[in-house]
Ligand binder design. Structure first.
Ligand code: NAP
Length: 436
């Protein structure tokens, strides 16, 4: 028998667990730990609430959680409730699937002003992440800006632009739904430091902007290279550019009161305002021969009382685990950090790729684990029983997958009309549902 601890119950954690169950059959016991009483990590707290089809992947994770030999152990924070050394002594292998929940910093003056927030904060706020329930983003200004040209920037801009009716069928939390319903936002500027050809936005997500009830995308045709240059792009990127070109060709829909303005070749230099964000000073850029943005010296101001930087994420450092400061994830060699210590997903390779990218990633790491600790071999580790004893000793109340089901049912029972659930946002609310 082999004992494995997976730290983190997001997509990466579930895919590597699935792979381990296949590799070991009944010869492994696997505990999936999470600091929260509720599972799914990015699926619950990161994927946009109006993208329910993406969230449906959690049904597949449920099957994994219900596999014999697998346990969900919620409400246990590694590094707080239990130390990494506890886990490495209790389990044959520990696999870190902690994702990348921290915002990368812009590193420009004015970043500390009120109204300047990271996308992890804003996304966490509208998705019911306990750390950001009290964020209270300023939504009383007419102008907002999102920095970055990736899918997260699109998520943030779209959520800011949507009407209450457009959240039908979503699981946006009530505090965000109500605040956004009263928002005064009219112009959302999406700042990209490079050009249309360099966006990291995918066609489906970009296409959604063309169908918003109250917002119309605005793209300057002058920002594009000659159309022939699109031929060299890979097909997905070419599709995205075609959508952007369509936006640029269409007259702005005057019946729609909101604008979503793509401002390309615009590098933020600083954020200014009197105690709070009022404007971003940006520098016009051009691309050098390596495709990097270089400043032209021309600057201008983009008004914004809400500034969301959506420029990527990093993994939380853990005491005793080597960390790659430059790339913001654990130092690893194809997922191996050290003897009996591995990482998967964004904690392994940084915040790139779709949810599905984590599947082959998890299978690859599980293969390495299985090669190092062949199925049928023994490690003599205490595993889950040892963890339970340690948690009892420390007075930590872990939650099980059945507990999550109880919370889930309670969330579904109090959903407002048209929404699949109303999430409980704070850890004490989860425990209250469980009568603890
Ligand atoms: P991303 O795709 O890496 O995009 C980050 C963006 O930030 C890039 O446009 C980058 O520009 C820009 N940026 C970085 N540093 C900057 C700076 N200092 N100043 C200005 N701009 C800066 O990251 P993401 O949007 O956070 O998404 C993370 C991953 O999740 C991606 O793989 C994404 O596709 C995925 N995701 C998918 C969905 C979906 O499928 N619906 C939704 C959300 C996220 P440069 O290119 O110039 O560096």
């Amino acid at each position: 028998m082999r004992h494995f601890a997976i730290v983190g119950s997001g997509p990466a954690g579930f895919y590597v667990t699935e792979a381990l169950t296949k590799a070991y059959g009944d010869q492994a016991r696997i505990d999936i730990l999470d600091r929260y009483a509720v599972p799914y990590g990015l699926i619950r707290f990161g994927v946009a609430p109006d993208h329910q089809s993406l969230k449906a992947v959690s049904k597949r994770y449920d099957k994994v959680a219900e596999t014999a030999g697998v346990r969900f152990v919620g409400n246990v924070a590694v590094g707080v409730d239990v130390a990494m050394e506890d886990l490495t002594s209790l389990y044959d292998a520990v696999i870190l699937a902690t994702g990348a929940p921290y915002d990368r910093k812009l590193g420009i003056p004015g970043e500390e002003l009120r109204g300047v927030i990271g996308s992890a904060e804003f996304v966490g706020w509208y998705n019911g992440h306990p750390d950001f329930a009290d964020l209270d983003p300023p939504l009383d200004g007419a102008a907002a800006a999102v920095i970055g040209n990736g899918n997260v920037a699109l998520d943030c801009a779209r959520i800011l632009a949507k009407t209450g009716a457009e959240f039908g069928g979503s699981d946006i939390v009530s505090h965000a739904f109500e605040a956004l319903g009263k928002a005064a936002t009219k112009v959302i500027t999406i700042l990209g430091r490079r050009g249309p050809h360099q966006i990291a936005m995918t066609p489906k997500e970009l296409g959604e902007l063309g169908h918003l009830e109250e917002a119309s995308p605005v793209v300057d045709p002058a920002d594009f290279p000659p159309r022939a240059a699109d031929e060299a792009l890979e097909p997905g990127q070419r599709k995205s550019i075609t959508i952007l070109r369509e936006f640029a060709a269409k007259p702005v829909d005057s019946a729609k009161p909101k604008r979503m303005v793509f401002d390309f070749f615009a590098k933020p230099l600083r954020i200014e305002g009197d105690g709070k964000a009022e404007r971003i000073i940006v520098e016009r850029t051009r691309l050098d021969e390596d495709g990097r943005a270089v400043g032209t010296g021309e600057t201008y101001a983009v008004p914004a009382s809400l500034v969301i930087s959506a420029i990527g994420y990093s993994t939380p450092p853990l005491a005793g685990v080597p960390y790659d400061d430059e790339h913001g994830h654990y130092l690893n060699d194809h997922g191996q950090i050290g003897d009996g210590l591995y990482c998967v997903g964004w904690a392994r390779r940084g915040p790139t790729g779709t949810i599905g990218t984590n599947r082959p990633d998890g299978y690859e790491v599980a293969e390495q684990v299985a090669a190092a600790l062949p199925s049928g071999s023994e490690g003599g580790k205490a595993g889950g029983e040892g963890l339970d004893a340690l948690l009892r000793e420390k007075g930590v109340e872990a939650t099980s997958f059945d507990d999550w089901r109880t919370i889930e049912q309670a969330e579904e029972a109090q959903a407002r009309p048209g929404s699949p659930r109303e999430k409980f946002v704070r850890p004490h609310e989860w425990m209250k549902v469980l009568g603890r």
